[in-house]
Design a protein around this ligand. Sequence first.
Ligand SMILES: [Fe+2]
Length: 310
Amino acid sequence: MPIPVIDFSKLNGEERAKTMAEIANGCEEWGFFQLVNHGIPVELLERVKKVTSECYKFEREEEFFKNSTPVKLLKELVDKKSEEKLENIDWEDVFLLADDNEWPPKTPGFKETMMEYRAELKKLSEKLMEIMDENLGIPKGYIKKAFNGGEGDQAFFGTKVSHYPPCSHPEMVNGLRAHTDAGGVILLFQDDEVGGLEVLKDGKWTDVQPIPNAICINTGDQIEVLSNGKYKSAWHRVQAMPNGTRRSIASFYNPSYDATIEPATHLVKKENKEFNQSSYPKFVFGDYMSVYTEQKFLAKEPRFQAVKAV
Ligand SMILES: [Fe+2]
């Protein structure tokens, strides 16, 4: 079964209720869904593909194959004819964008295009959080407010630009090891053609099928906590691929580091008494990130326990 594909434009018409229900199902059953007709101009998306591909090609590709750790470690294994798999590293070139970073200097139009793109994606993530508020039955603006530590605009909106270069021995290394995302709402603009992203659903790894110009949405650990477990953050991974370079641009709306996160009171009250309310503690997001950085690729439940003890 492919992951749900939802026509976001239907949200404003007669099919609003149906579309809201599709999004609720995507959040509850999958933790992943794809949006088409999401309102981000195709012309902008085409420019994003162009500048990120150029940036990778002109500023990063050579360095990856010449000097990167995964390339060195894989070469060592192949040279000694080992049949082992590299378990502690990813076959990935990645860098992070925020509003105040240094921008790649040699790619014309990169900064302007990515700033425009990030502004659009931030608006889309805020819209999605309001949809989640409504579907969860909590007050409009609740998630955004929690992520901003009350009022204001303190939340962190980041963009991770990743490329997964072709790998001569994809069976010996992961593109990106399995994990759940730490933060809030993640909006992924993945490659039109080169797949490799998989999500764990009912114990089976399922492809997140490439759809040109779709935006793939998934929810992180903080949405799981806020929703009191109704929207579970899903495990996902990227397989290294033998052919083609996979582009993957993930933008994420995360709580500010000093925001306090806990299950929404409305949802806790609704649960019956048998529900183990203590499975999600109340914590400061920065403390959670300290734990996550150490344990990203391990089971998530111990992270909630560890942050409880902070
Ligand atoms: Fe992820």
